[in-house]
Design a protein around this ligand. Structure first.
Ligand code: SF4
Length: 221
């Protein structure tokens, strides 16, 4: 029997890292291809999508930089370019008159719907996974994102795992072991959020304890 071809001495960690890099490259290329025709950079396209997702909420420049994991200067340049293209407008926050908020214009809303198309290839790939695989993948992503946050590679995301309302493994039901105290309802692994508008960051001490409970699968029971 022929031996299984092994690519050098690569570990599974190296294979996954290389795979993720390829997915990132594919996404970048899709984002550039989709945006080039309409003269939008990937960052500009992401800002349009973010403003569409959070329509009705006051979005400031800092919120954009945090959500995209870019510097305030990069976010500011992209916002200025989008304003020149009349795809967004700046206004004053009703809560704080000194703060600028960003809103899509009607053309910006249309452009945002078109910009979303570049994620379709990834969506199709994820849909090809079984529901169990999707839940495992989501949990893996949460752990990966948390590590990136801790390394300072990306800004804090509005995930259940870092939310004051999250109660990991509060229920014995294996289908819905977690609890969201905001809506006061149990939730399954496949319902964990990566970007929730009701998110409130947990304190550092509680955050570490809850994260350990989430990892250990006990919830302190
Ligand atoms: S409020 Fe949102 S982020 Fe917080 S636990 Fe509930 S679903 Fe998760």
């Amino acid at each position: 029997m022929k031996p299984l071809p092994i690519q050098g001495d690569k570990t599974i960690v190296e294979h996954i890292t290389a795979g993720l890099a390829k997915v990132a490259a594919a996404l970048r290329s899709q984002a550039w291809e989709g945006g080039t025709a309409r003269k939008l950079t990937p960052t500009q396209g992401q800002i349009l999508l973010l403003l569409e997702e959070r329509a009705g909420q006051p979005i400031r420049l800092n919120d954009v930089a945090n959500a995209l994991g870019v510097t305030a200067a990069t976010a500011s340049d992209a916002v200025i370019a989008l304003e020149h293209k009349q795809l967004l407008r700046k206004g004053r926050s009703t809560e704080d008159n000194r703060a600028l908020t960003l809103t899509l214009t009607a053309s910006g809303q249309r452009e945002a719907r078109r910009s979303g198309g570049w994620t379709d290839v990834v969506r199709a790939g994820v849909q090809s996974l079984s529901l169990e695989e999707q839940a495992v993948f989501l949990r893996g992503l949460i752990k990966l994102i948390r590590s990136l946050q801790e390394q300072g590679a990306i800004s804090t995301m509005r995930m259940c795992a870092g939310c004051i309302y999250f109660r990991p493994y509060a229920h014995a039901d294996v289908a819905k072991p977690h609890h969201c105290a905001f809506v006061d309802a149990p939730m399954g692994e496949n319902q964990l959020r990566l970007d929730c508008s009701d998110f409130v960051p947990v304190s550092e001490v509680d955050g570490v304890r809850r994260w350990q409970e989430f990892l250990s699968g006990s919830g302190g029971r």
